[in-house]
Design a protein around this ligand. Structure first.
Ligand SMILES: C[S@@+](CC[C@H](N)C(=O)[O-])C[C@H]1O[C@@H](n2cnc3c(N)ncnc32)[C@H](O)[C@@H]1O
Length: 330
């Protein structure tokens, strides 16, 4: 069966690639500016051609023939007024960089049949709604039919993490859009105990002890196992719902942004990088390069996507494309 080819922009450690690969697509090319992300990406995706560079230097002609272009792009403010003045005014904006590449792909007869974008839920209300209005309008002006949906990892990805993200799809072919339907909610059967190991023997760097100023506050509040806690400067919050709060890139900023637990040995500790990866749906054999510091890994995981959610959307996209192609053969 034909494997649809994808290229990913802002590829990070390749969470979107992994989701599409698991759904049966072929990820062949990627771009990412951060060399530390590239270390993790290359360790796990040796067959994908990753170009480590600023997207501003990427030309459409550099990208091989693809069906799907993906991007979990950084969200920045931009205005309709700025957009109307032309792309030049908005050169620094990452969404417009994606669309510049789409234009260049079109010039090379390689216009993606599907555009898949992922972002924080707040993109929809960002800059009083302007950001989303512009994104939708620009995609439509390029000939795409746009669909968007906000999905929570705990409802759509069978992972115990509360993570709401917006997924924006552009369909060049009306039949693909007609054949497409978003995945349904599914039961959450994976528990935090499946991804967090309360019996783990961990290195001292993950443990909070008496020598830390915040220890008395943590000790007083972190008193139950099988619960994930967040420490926020002056208070500690227990997540009673049985899911982990959203893992964010600021876990990599040192401090106390990594969720905490009470280990079975009575020690208060941070979630381990591999536990955070599991909470994002990365497989147990995902390689964590030993040359990278924990802060880098935490940041990469917080910036990544929930692989199982991507896989479910990707399956629906591929199903729609196959249906269109099958009917076209008659
Ligand atoms: C939200 S993260 C996407 C992560 C990815 N979806 C994953 O699963 O790991 C955005 C990524 O865009 C990258 N980025 C930011 N500015 C960039 C630029 N000018 N050119 C290329 N990549 C850039 C960041 O380094 C970051 O890895």
């Amino acid at each position: 069966m034909k494997k649809y080819k994808i290229a990913s922009l802002f590829s990070g450690i390749g969470g979107i690639d992994l989701g599409f690969l698991k759904a049966g697509a072929d990820s062949i090319w990627a771009n990412e500016i951060d060399p530390y992300c590239a270390v993790t990406f290359n360790a796990n995706h040796p067959n994908i051609n990753l170009v480590v560079d600023d997207i501003c230097n990427i030309k459409g002609k550099d990208i091989p023939a693809i069906d799907i272009l993906t991007g979990g792009f950084p969200c920045q403010p931009f205005s309709i007024a700025g957009y109307r003045k032309g792309f030049e005014d908005e050169r620094g904006n990452m969404f417009f960089q994606i669309m510049r590449i789409v234009n260049e792909l079109e010039e090379n007869n390689n216009k993606p049949r599907i555009i898949f974008l992922e972002n924080v839920k707040n993109l929809k209300t960002h800059d009083k709604g302007n950001t989303f209005v512009v994104i939708k309008r620009v995609l439509e002006e390029h000939g795409y039919i746009v669909e968007e949906k906000i999905m929570n990892t705990s409802e759509y990805g069978n992972l115990p993490q509360n993570r709401e993200r917006i997924f924006i799809l552009g369909f060049l072919n009306a039949k693909d859009q007609k054949n497409f339907e978003w995945p349904n909610k599914i039961n959450l059967t994976t528990s935090i105990e499946d991804v967090v190991d309360w019996n783990a023997k961990v290195k001292s760097k993950y443990i909070y002890e008496n020598d830390k100023k915040c220890y008395p506050l943590l000790k007083e509040n972190i008193n139950e196992t099988k619960t994930i806690y967040q420490y926020r400067r002056v208070y500690v919050r227990a997540n009673k719902s049985g899911v982990c709060p959203t893992l964010t890139a600021n876990m990599g900023m040192g401090g106390h942004n990594v969720p905490l637990i009470l280990n079975n040995d009575g020690k208060i500790r941070k979630l381990l990088p591999i536990e955070c990866l599991r909470l994002q749906g990365f497989p147990r054999n995902f390689i964590v390069p030993s040359e990278l510091s924990d802060s880098r890994i935490y940041k990469q995981v917080g910036n990544a996507v929930s692989v199982s959610v991507i896989k479910r959307v990707a399956e629906k996209i591929i199903e729609a494309m196959r249906k269109t192609d099958k009917n076209a053969d008659y």
